[in-house]
Ligand binder design. Structure first.
Ligand SMILES: [Zn+2]
Length: 304
Protein backbone atom coordinates (compact mmCIF):
# COMPACT_ATOMS: atom_id res chain seq x y z
CA UNK A 1 0.00 0.00 0.00
CA UNK A 2 1.31 3.41 -0.87
CA UNK A 3 0.01 6.90 -0.07
CA UNK A 4 -0.39 9.03 -3.15
CA UNK A 5 -1.40 12.51 -4.25
CA UNK A 6 -4.32 12.88 -6.64
CA UNK A 7 -2.72 12.05 -10.00
CA UNK A 8 -4.81 14.76 -11.66
CA UNK A 9 -4.25 17.65 -9.21
CA UNK A 10 -1.04 16.55 -7.48
CA UNK A 11 -2.43 17.55 -4.10
CA UNK A 12 -3.86 15.59 -1.19
CA UNK A 13 -7.11 17.35 -0.37
CA UNK A 14 -9.67 14.62 -0.08
CA UNK A 15 -12.83 13.62 1.72
CA UNK A 16 -13.47 10.17 3.11
CA UNK A 17 -15.79 7.94 1.05
CA UNK A 18 -15.50 4.40 2.38
CA UNK A 19 -13.36 2.03 4.40
CA UNK A 20 -13.70 -1.71 4.18
CA UNK A 21 -11.74 -4.72 5.21
CA UNK A 22 -11.16 -6.85 2.12
CA UNK A 23 -9.06 -10.01 2.00
CA UNK A 24 -6.98 -8.84 4.99
CA UNK A 25 -6.42 -5.42 3.44
CA UNK A 26 -7.94 -2.20 4.72
CA UNK A 27 -9.25 -0.47 1.63
CA UNK A 28 -9.76 3.27 2.14
CA UNK A 29 -11.52 5.18 -0.61
CA UNK A 30 -11.45 8.97 -0.90
CA UNK A 31 -12.66 11.67 -3.25
CA UNK A 32 -10.35 14.48 -4.36
CA UNK A 33 -12.02 17.77 -3.39
CA UNK A 34 -10.27 19.56 -6.26
CA UNK A 35 -11.35 17.39 -9.18
CA UNK A 36 -13.80 14.68 -8.03
CA UNK A 37 -11.50 11.76 -8.76
CA UNK A 38 -12.36 8.80 -6.49
CA UNK A 39 -9.51 6.49 -5.55
CA UNK A 40 -8.01 4.29 -2.89
CA UNK A 41 -5.50 6.10 -0.74
CA UNK A 42 -3.22 4.39 0.04
CA UNK A 43 -3.36 2.73 -3.40
CA UNK A 44 -3.25 -1.04 -3.54
CA UNK A 45 -0.12 -2.29 -5.22
CA UNK A 46 0.16 -5.51 -7.17
CA UNK A 47 2.37 -6.88 -4.39
CA UNK A 48 -0.46 -6.32 -1.86
CA UNK A 49 -2.87 -8.17 -4.10
CA UNK A 50 -0.38 -10.97 -4.57
CA UNK A 51 -0.07 -11.25 -0.79
CA UNK A 52 -3.79 -11.95 -0.60
CA UNK A 53 -3.08 -15.08 -2.64
CA UNK A 54 -5.37 -14.11 -5.52
CA UNK A 55 -4.39 -14.29 -9.18
CA UNK A 56 -4.68 -11.33 -11.56
CA UNK A 57 -7.76 -12.98 -12.98
CA UNK A 58 -9.38 -13.42 -9.60
CA UNK A 59 -8.91 -9.74 -8.75
CA UNK A 60 -11.04 -8.81 -11.67
CA UNK A 61 -13.55 -11.58 -11.89
CA UNK A 62 -14.33 -14.98 -10.50
CA UNK A 63 -15.41 -16.11 -13.93
CA UNK A 64 -13.69 -19.08 -15.48
CA UNK A 65 -13.79 -19.39 -19.26
CA UNK A 66 -17.45 -20.42 -19.33
CA UNK A 67 -19.95 -19.92 -22.14
CA UNK A 68 -21.80 -17.41 -19.98
CA UNK A 69 -18.64 -15.39 -19.40
CA UNK A 70 -17.79 -15.43 -23.12
CA UNK A 71 -21.29 -14.24 -23.92
CA UNK A 72 -20.72 -11.30 -21.60
CA UNK A 73 -17.35 -10.53 -23.22
CA UNK A 74 -18.84 -10.78 -26.73
CA UNK A 75 -21.66 -8.42 -25.74
CA UNK A 76 -19.12 -5.96 -24.39
CA UNK A 77 -17.09 -6.18 -27.58
CA UNK A 78 -20.24 -5.53 -29.64
CA UNK A 79 -20.75 -2.34 -27.65
CA UNK A 80 -17.14 -1.30 -28.24
CA UNK A 81 -17.10 -1.86 -31.98
CA UNK A 82 -18.93 1.37 -32.94
CA UNK A 83 -16.06 3.50 -31.59
CA UNK A 84 -13.26 1.04 -32.33
CA UNK A 85 -14.59 0.40 -35.84
CA UNK A 86 -14.54 4.13 -36.56
CA UNK A 87 -10.74 4.16 -36.35
CA UNK A 88 -9.95 0.59 -37.41
CA UNK A 89 -8.34 -0.24 -40.72
CA UNK A 90 -7.37 -3.76 -41.82
CA UNK A 91 -3.62 -4.20 -41.56
CA UNK A 92 -3.25 -1.72 -38.71
CA UNK A 93 -0.94 -2.43 -35.81
CA UNK A 94 -2.88 -2.97 -32.61
CA UNK A 95 -1.78 -3.14 -28.98
CA UNK A 96 -4.25 -4.43 -26.43
CA UNK A 97 -3.32 -3.82 -22.78
CA UNK A 98 -5.05 -6.18 -20.36
CA UNK A 99 -6.26 -8.56 -23.04
CA UNK A 100 -7.69 -11.12 -20.62
CA UNK A 101 -8.88 -14.20 -22.48
CA UNK A 102 -8.14 -12.43 -25.78
CA UNK A 103 -11.67 -11.97 -27.13
CA UNK A 104 -11.11 -8.41 -28.40
CA UNK A 105 -7.62 -9.12 -29.74
CA UNK A 106 -8.95 -12.19 -31.56
CA UNK A 107 -11.72 -10.18 -33.24
CA UNK A 108 -9.25 -7.55 -34.41
CA UNK A 109 -6.85 -10.18 -35.67
CA UNK A 110 -9.66 -11.83 -37.61
CA UNK A 111 -10.45 -8.45 -39.15
CA UNK A 112 -6.89 -8.23 -40.46
CA UNK A 113 -4.97 -6.33 -37.76
CA UNK A 114 -1.47 -7.16 -36.57
CA UNK A 115 -2.16 -7.56 -32.86
CA UNK A 116 0.12 -7.61 -29.84
CA UNK A 117 -1.61 -8.40 -26.56
CA UNK A 118 -0.31 -7.77 -23.06
CA UNK A 119 -1.86 -9.69 -20.19
CA UNK A 120 -0.41 -10.15 -16.69
CA UNK A 121 -2.42 -13.24 -15.73
CA UNK A 122 -0.57 -16.43 -16.81
CA UNK A 123 -3.70 -18.57 -17.19
CA UNK A 124 -5.54 -16.00 -19.30
CA UNK A 125 -2.46 -15.26 -21.42
CA UNK A 126 -2.04 -18.99 -22.10
CA UNK A 127 -5.70 -19.30 -23.02
CA UNK A 128 -5.47 -16.40 -25.47
CA UNK A 129 -2.41 -17.94 -27.13
CA UNK A 130 -3.89 -21.41 -27.40
CA UNK A 131 -7.41 -20.57 -28.49
CA UNK A 132 -6.90 -17.62 -30.79
CA UNK A 133 -3.24 -18.06 -31.75
CA UNK A 134 -2.50 -14.58 -30.44
CA UNK A 135 0.88 -13.05 -29.70
CA UNK A 136 0.64 -12.41 -25.97
CA UNK A 137 3.28 -10.87 -23.75
CA UNK A 138 2.52 -12.23 -20.30
CA UNK A 139 3.59 -9.41 -18.00
CA UNK A 140 2.40 -6.32 -16.19
CA UNK A 141 2.23 -3.50 -18.70
CA UNK A 142 4.49 -1.42 -16.41
CA UNK A 143 7.23 -4.02 -16.83
CA UNK A 144 7.00 -4.57 -20.59
CA UNK A 145 9.73 -2.96 -22.66
CA UNK A 146 8.22 -1.90 -25.98
CA UNK A 147 10.80 0.79 -26.72
CA UNK A 148 10.77 1.72 -30.40
CA UNK A 149 7.40 0.06 -31.09
CA UNK A 150 4.54 2.09 -32.56
CA UNK A 151 0.91 1.16 -32.90
CA UNK A 152 -1.97 2.60 -34.92
CA UNK A 153 -4.61 1.56 -32.42
CA UNK A 154 -4.17 0.98 -28.69
CA UNK A 155 -7.00 -0.51 -26.66
CA UNK A 156 -7.44 -1.04 -22.99
CA UNK A 157 -10.79 -2.23 -21.72
CA UNK A 158 -11.49 -2.31 -18.00
CA UNK A 159 -7.80 -2.09 -17.09
CA UNK A 160 -6.81 1.52 -16.34
CA UNK A 161 -8.78 1.44 -13.07
CA UNK A 162 -6.47 -1.33 -11.79
CA UNK A 163 -3.20 0.53 -12.20
CA UNK A 164 -1.56 2.18 -9.22
CA UNK A 165 -0.39 5.08 -11.39
CA UNK A 166 -2.83 5.69 -14.26
CA UNK A 167 -1.05 8.86 -15.38
CA UNK A 168 2.15 6.89 -15.79
CA UNK A 169 0.14 4.30 -17.73
CA UNK A 170 -1.15 6.98 -20.13
CA UNK A 171 2.32 8.48 -20.50
CA UNK A 172 3.80 5.09 -21.35
CA UNK A 173 1.04 4.42 -23.86
CA UNK A 174 1.83 7.82 -25.37
CA UNK A 175 5.42 6.72 -26.11
CA UNK A 176 4.00 3.90 -28.26
CA UNK A 177 1.88 6.25 -30.36
CA UNK A 178 2.47 8.21 -33.55
CA UNK A 179 0.48 11.41 -34.26
CA UNK A 180 -2.40 9.47 -35.88
CA UNK A 181 -2.67 6.74 -33.26
CA UNK A 182 -6.09 6.19 -31.69
CA UNK A 183 -6.43 5.18 -28.05
CA UNK A 184 -9.62 3.42 -26.95
CA UNK A 185 -10.42 3.11 -23.24
CA UNK A 186 -13.40 1.66 -21.43
CA UNK A 187 -13.78 1.80 -17.65
CA UNK A 188 -16.59 1.72 -15.07
CA UNK A 189 -18.36 5.04 -14.54
CA UNK A 190 -18.46 6.19 -10.91
CA UNK A 191 -21.40 8.42 -11.81
CA UNK A 192 -23.55 5.35 -12.61
CA UNK A 193 -22.14 2.18 -11.05
CA UNK A 194 -23.53 -1.18 -12.05
CA UNK A 195 -22.50 -3.06 -8.90
CA UNK A 196 -23.97 -2.71 -5.43
CA UNK A 197 -22.70 -0.08 -2.96
CA UNK A 198 -21.26 -2.95 -0.90
CA UNK A 199 -19.16 -4.31 -3.78
CA UNK A 200 -18.31 -0.98 -5.39
CA UNK A 201 -14.88 -0.35 -3.85
CA UNK A 202 -12.73 -3.41 -4.35
CA UNK A 203 -9.17 -4.61 -4.00
CA UNK A 204 -9.00 -5.05 -7.77
CA UNK A 205 -9.57 -1.41 -8.63
CA UNK A 206 -7.68 1.66 -7.45
CA UNK A 207 -9.40 4.41 -9.44
CA UNK A 208 -13.07 5.18 -10.03
CA UNK A 209 -13.31 7.53 -12.96
CA UNK A 210 -16.07 9.67 -14.34
CA UNK A 211 -15.96 10.62 -18.03
CA UNK A 212 -14.61 13.99 -16.83
CA UNK A 213 -11.83 12.87 -14.56
CA UNK A 214 -10.53 10.39 -17.13
CA UNK A 215 -10.75 12.92 -19.96
CA UNK A 216 -8.75 15.40 -17.87
CA UNK A 217 -6.19 12.78 -16.96
CA UNK A 218 -5.85 11.94 -20.65
CA UNK A 219 -5.19 15.62 -21.40
CA UNK A 220 -2.53 15.69 -18.74
CA UNK A 221 -0.98 12.51 -20.16
CA UNK A 222 -0.79 13.92 -23.71
CA UNK A 223 -4.10 12.78 -25.20
CA UNK A 224 -7.13 14.67 -26.48
CA UNK A 225 -10.51 12.96 -26.31
CA UNK A 226 -12.22 12.91 -29.70
CA UNK A 227 -15.28 10.74 -29.05
CA UNK A 228 -17.16 9.34 -26.04
CA UNK A 229 -19.97 7.00 -25.24
CA UNK A 230 -21.50 7.16 -21.78
CA UNK A 231 -23.95 4.39 -20.99
CA UNK A 232 -26.81 4.90 -18.55
CA UNK A 233 -25.16 2.43 -16.20
CA UNK A 234 -21.88 0.60 -15.78
CA UNK A 235 -19.23 2.03 -18.06
CA UNK A 236 -18.12 4.68 -20.52
CA UNK A 237 -15.81 4.64 -23.51
CA UNK A 238 -13.34 7.25 -24.74
CA UNK A 239 -11.44 7.57 -27.97
CA UNK A 240 -8.41 9.84 -27.86
CA UNK A 241 -5.61 11.10 -30.10
CA UNK A 242 -2.12 12.27 -29.13
CA UNK A 243 -1.89 15.96 -28.21
CA UNK A 244 0.55 18.13 -26.28
CA UNK A 245 0.10 17.45 -22.53
CA UNK A 246 -2.13 20.09 -20.95
CA UNK A 247 -2.69 21.25 -17.41
CA UNK A 248 -6.22 20.11 -16.65
CA UNK A 249 -8.86 22.85 -16.34
CA UNK A 250 -11.28 21.33 -13.84
CA UNK A 251 -14.94 22.28 -14.31
CA UNK A 252 -16.55 23.68 -11.14
CA UNK A 253 -19.31 21.03 -11.15
CA UNK A 254 -16.81 18.13 -11.19
CA UNK A 255 -16.77 17.45 -7.43
CA UNK A 256 -20.49 17.90 -6.53
CA UNK A 257 -21.46 15.77 -9.53
CA UNK A 258 -19.52 12.79 -8.21
CA UNK A 259 -20.52 13.34 -4.57
CA UNK A 260 -24.18 13.47 -5.56
CA UNK A 261 -23.85 10.32 -7.65
CA UNK A 262 -22.18 8.42 -4.77
CA UNK A 263 -24.88 9.49 -2.31
CA UNK A 264 -27.68 8.57 -4.70
CA UNK A 265 -26.18 5.17 -5.43
CA UNK A 266 -26.20 4.27 -1.71
CA UNK A 267 -29.99 4.03 -1.65
CA UNK A 268 -31.22 4.15 -5.27
CA UNK A 269 -29.50 0.86 -6.09
CA UNK A 270 -31.88 -0.82 -3.67
CA UNK A 271 -34.87 1.48 -4.09
CA UNK A 272 -34.94 1.08 -7.88
CA UNK A 273 -34.21 -2.66 -7.64
CA UNK A 274 -31.16 -2.24 -9.84
CA UNK A 275 -29.76 -5.48 -8.44
CA UNK A 276 -32.58 -7.27 -10.26
CA UNK A 277 -32.80 -5.22 -13.44
CA UNK A 278 -29.08 -5.35 -14.18
CA UNK A 279 -29.30 -9.13 -14.65
CA UNK A 280 -32.04 -8.97 -17.29
CA UNK A 281 -30.62 -9.09 -20.83
CA UNK A 282 -33.33 -7.00 -22.53
CA UNK A 283 -33.03 -4.33 -19.87
CA UNK A 284 -29.28 -4.26 -20.46
CA UNK A 285 -29.77 -3.87 -24.20
CA UNK A 286 -32.64 -1.37 -24.23
CA UNK A 287 -31.80 0.68 -21.18
CA UNK A 288 -28.50 0.13 -19.40
CA UNK A 289 -26.29 0.20 -22.50
CA UNK A 290 -27.99 3.07 -24.28
CA UNK A 291 -26.41 6.51 -24.37
CA UNK A 292 -27.04 8.55 -21.24
CA UNK A 293 -28.42 11.93 -22.32
CA UNK A 294 -28.07 13.51 -18.87
CA UNK A 295 -24.56 14.74 -19.37
CA UNK A 296 -24.81 16.13 -22.91
CA UNK A 297 -24.86 19.79 -21.84
CA UNK A 298 -21.87 19.54 -19.51
CA UNK A 299 -19.92 17.48 -22.04
CA UNK A 300 -20.57 20.05 -24.75
CA UNK A 301 -19.35 22.83 -22.45
CA UNK A 302 -16.24 20.96 -21.46
CA UNK A 303 -15.41 19.84 -25.00
CA UNK A 304 -15.69 23.29 -26.53
ZN1 LIG B 1 -7.75 15.72 -7.94
Amino acid sequence: MKSILCPLCEVDRTAFVSRRRRQNLTVTTVICLECGLVYHNPVIEDSDRRDTGATFQAWHTDARPSSRYFKKLEARWARQWPLVGSVFTPGCRVLEIGAGLGVVSAHLKRLGAKVLSVEPDPAQAAYAREHWDLTVVQARFEDVDLTGEQFDLILSSHAIEHFQDPLNFLAKVRTLAHPETALFLETPNILAPKVSPVRLFSVAHNFYFSPWTLSLLLEKGGWQVSRRRIFRRDAFQLLARPAPPRRPAIPSQAVPLVQKALNRHRYLYYLKLLFLWRKIPWWQTYWMYTDDPRYDDIMALELS
